[in-house]
Each structure stands twice: as C-alpha cells, then as structure tokens.
Design a protein around this ligand. Structure first.
Ligand SMILES: Cc1cc2nc3c(=O)[nH]c(=O)nc-3n(C[C@H](O)[C@H](O)[C@H](O)COP(=O)(O)OP(=O)(O)OC[C@H]3O[C@@H](n4cnc5c(N)ncnc54)[C@H](O)[C@@H]3O)c2cc1C
Length: 392
C-alpha cells in the first residue's frame, strides 16, 4: 500500500479512483488485516457518553488515519478523492462485518455534505476535516415547538447587527445536542409571512454565550435529544451558510441527504439485524423474513439511486422522500418481527444484547417521524412526484 495524503499515518487507500467493487475488496482486506485493532468496536457501549466521547471518536479516527473516511471527499476538506459511493461502502462493509457504524457517520453524511457544498471556503476547509477526524460532532437545529412538519413557519429570529446576526428563539428535538460542538441553526431573517423564503442557515458554535441546552429523555431512558434556547446569541456574519434568506435550499439538501445517503447506512444495518434475528430466533416465520428482506432490498435500490445522484453531483430533488418512506416502513416491520418472535427477551431481559434489541425496537418507532414524518413524505410523493392535487 502506498501512502497518500497529509497525515503521518500510512493510508490504506492507494488509489481513490478504484471502482466500487475493487475498493470494497481493498477495504475487506484492510478489515481482515486490522481485525485485532477493530475487535473492541464490535460492541457499542451502553453509555451514550462513551459512544460519543470514546468509542465512536476512536473508530472514526482509526478510519480517518487509514484514509477510509477521507474517501469521496475533495482535498480541500481533508479528502483524498473518489466518489460518494466509496464513502457508502465503508459504512456498509463495517456493519456487515459486525462493527456497528459510529453515530458520527450519520452526521458526516447528513451535515458534512451541506457544509462542503454551501459553506464559505473558510468554513468548509476548517470544519469538515474536524468532523471527518472525529474531533467534533454537530447537531441539526431545525424543529421548533410548533414548527416540525411545517418547518417553513419557524419563529427563531436572527436580527442583523453590524458584522453579526443576533439569534433568539427555541429549538426542540435536537438529537445529541449535548455532545455537539456546532449546530446548523435555521432562523428567520425575513418576515413571518415570507415563510420558507425568509429563512437563513447559520453554523453556530454551541459554546456561544446565550445558548442553553436542556436534555430531553427518550423512552429508551437515554437523553437522545435536547431543547435549545437561544437568548441574544451573537453569530458572526461569516457563519451564514449559503445566502441570507437561502436557508430553505440548504435545509432541503440536508433533509435529502438524511432521507437518501443516510438511508444507505440504515439499510446495511437493517440487513445485518435481519441476519441476527434469523440466527437468534428460530420461531420467526418465513413470511416475516421474506417481507422484511423485500422491504430492505427495496430500500437498498432506492438509496443506491440517491447515492448515484450524489456521486454525479445531480440535484436530489424530492425523490429521497421515497427512500425515507420505505426506510421507516422497513424498520418498523423488522422490529415488529423481532418483538413477535422473541417478546420476553426483547421486553424483559437485561443482558447487553437484549437491551440493544429493546432500544432498537423503541427507536424504530421514531423512524416514521425524524427527518420528516411519514405522512409528509406521502404528501410529497403524491403532490410533487405523482402530480396529485395539492393539499388545501
Ligand atoms: C428520534 C428523533 C430525532 C429527531 N432529531 C431532530 C434533530 O436532530 N433536529 C431537528 O431539528 N428535529 C429533530 N427531530 C424532530 C422531527 O424532525 C419532527 O418531530 C418531525 O419533523 C415532525 O414534527 P413535529 O414533531 O412537530 O410533529 P407535527 O408536525 O406536529 O406532526 C404531528 C403529526 O401530524 C402529522 N401531520 C402534520 N402535518 C401534516 C400534513 N400537512 N399532512 C398530513 N399529516 C400531517 C404528522 O405526520 C405527524 O404524524 C427528531 C425527531 C425524532 C423523533
């Protein structure tokens, strides 16, 4: 293997222009060669603090140093070339080999591309590499009490003051905000009536004075989200992502990545979970396995189309709504099957593996809400893709 790039570590990726299949083989070989080093990443810690601060960051760093999470990114953001589909195969192969992908992969695929695409040269070159190295994580401050599905009605306000914007308002359901160093905040810079045309995206440091994070406990018992209060938070103008009043386009791109590229990782994870379920629960009916397999395979095909579009630099448009819709259907079906086939274990057992099944089952209930509720995806598919009459 030759050495490419700028870190001191030896990169495993000698040629970023390899085809997807060739790269897959190189990555599999790397995993085999580094099995001893990877062994500790086979089990996710139960403690979320540990997942973010220790386990996830360490795996991300290992993959960064070997070049794997630098694949598919341009050189100015710390990448070594290749296409988006190269990034996708790394997450897929990791999970299929039994190493749960770090949570940071989701942020990397959802918010990383948005900063790389819409951020100023200064922002993208400074911050994307930090994300890829696992040095920091970011959160997504879109939803508000009263503005979830109807995001265009959000009320958090940004007022211009000299070289800064001053943000005031409230965000809710901000996933993993307590671990985030930065937040993509959508705020109103136009009138309330300007709806989605008067929204700007900001890249905000979470330690800026005036930000209060209040953790919100999920049904799993973990503080999965926070509500965020912004009280006259001063954000330099250089932290605007994209154009002033152009935040809607940035947010739709982010949601497209969340509904599409991140769905690819999710389908790989679901395939692996289905294999585990089949191995661990002999009572699972052939029908349930077949149906889950069918849904996961459909998601795989849809997500592959989205990845190809991203790799080719095409606009995603609203098509990832299909991916999101099928993703939440598949996820619920899979974990319903798990509950049906091992109810006592899933509901009552306390060992690490059973607790993971229980938490994954509970989280699967949210799959039809986060990233845009299922009903909203149905509306988008009906109105914008099938051309049915619009909602009044
Ligand atoms: C696990 C999880 C993680 C999340 N993480 C984040 C995050 O990191 N950042 C962030 O900003 N947000 C996050 N969210 C919030 C999420 O984006 C919102 O919950 C979602 O967009 C729905 O908004 P809402 O909760 O306000 O529900 P509402 O918009 O009030 O919807 C309530 C119900 O009404 C339905 N409904 C609403 N409008 C229509 C319509 N026009 N037609 C048909 N049905 C409709 C919805 O489908 C839903 O079933 C997260 C949510 C979850 C569950």
């Amino acid at each position: 293997m030759s050495s490419v790039g700028t870190t001191n570590a030896t990169l495993a990726v000698s040629d970023p222009d390899l085809s997807i299949d060739e790269m897959r083989e190189v990555f599999r070989q790397w995993m085999t060669d580094h099995a001893a080093e990877l062994e500790r990443f086979r089990t996710l810690p139960t403690d979320v603090d540990e997942i973010f601060s220790g386990h996830g960051a360490a795996l991300q760093r290992l993959l960064y140093d070997a070049g794997w999470v630098r694949l598919g990114w341009p050189a100015d953001v710390g990448g070594i070339g290749g296409v988006v589909a190269h990034r996708a195969l790394v997450g897929e192969e990791l999970v299929l080999a039994g190493y749960p992908t770090p949570f940071s992969f989701a942020t990397q695929e959802v918010m990383g591309p948005a900063l790389a695409r819409y951020g100023s040269p200064e922002l993208r070159t400074e911050f994307v590499p930090r994300l890829l190295r696992g040095q920091e994580s970011w959160c997504q401050g879109f939803s508000e009490p009263g503005a979830g599905s109807d995001l265009g009605s959000l009320r958090t306000k940004a007022v211009e003051r000299g070289d800064d914007w001053v943000i005031t308002g409230e965000k809710i359901w901000t996933s993993w905000a307590q671990y985030a160093s930065r937040c993509f905040v959508l705020a109103r810079t136009g009138t309330q009536e300007s709806a989605h045309r008067g929204i700007t995206a900001f890249f905000v440091d979470m330690d800026t004075p005036g930000i209060t994070r209040s953790p919100l406990r999920a049904i799993t018992g973990q503080d999965d989200f926070s509500s965020l209060h912004f009280d006259n938070v001063v954000v330099p103008k250089a932290r605007v992502i994209g154009e002033v009043n152009g935040g809607w386009g940035v947010s739709m791109f982010i949601l497209g990545c969340e509904r599409g590229a991140a769905a690819w990782q999710r389908q790989a994870w679901m395939r692996w979970q289905l294999e585990q379920l089949v191995a661990q629960s002999p009572d699972l009916s052939d029908e349930a396995v077949g149906e889950a397999f069918e849904l996961i395979s459909a998601l795989r095909l849809l997500a592959r189309r989205t990845l190809r579009a991203l790799s080719a630099g095409e606009e995603l448009g609203v098509r990832p709504s299909f991916d999101k819709y099928v993703m939440s259907t598949a996820e619920k079906f899979l974990f319903d099957a798990a509950l049906k086939s091992m109810p006592e274990r899933l509901l009552l057992a306390d060992d690490h593996e059973s607790t993971d099944w229980r938490n994954d089952y509970l989280y699967s209930r949210a799959s039809s809400i986060y990233g845009g509720a299922k009903e909203i995806q149905r509306n988008i598919i009906a109105e914008r893709i099938l051309g049915l009459p619009r909602e009044k």
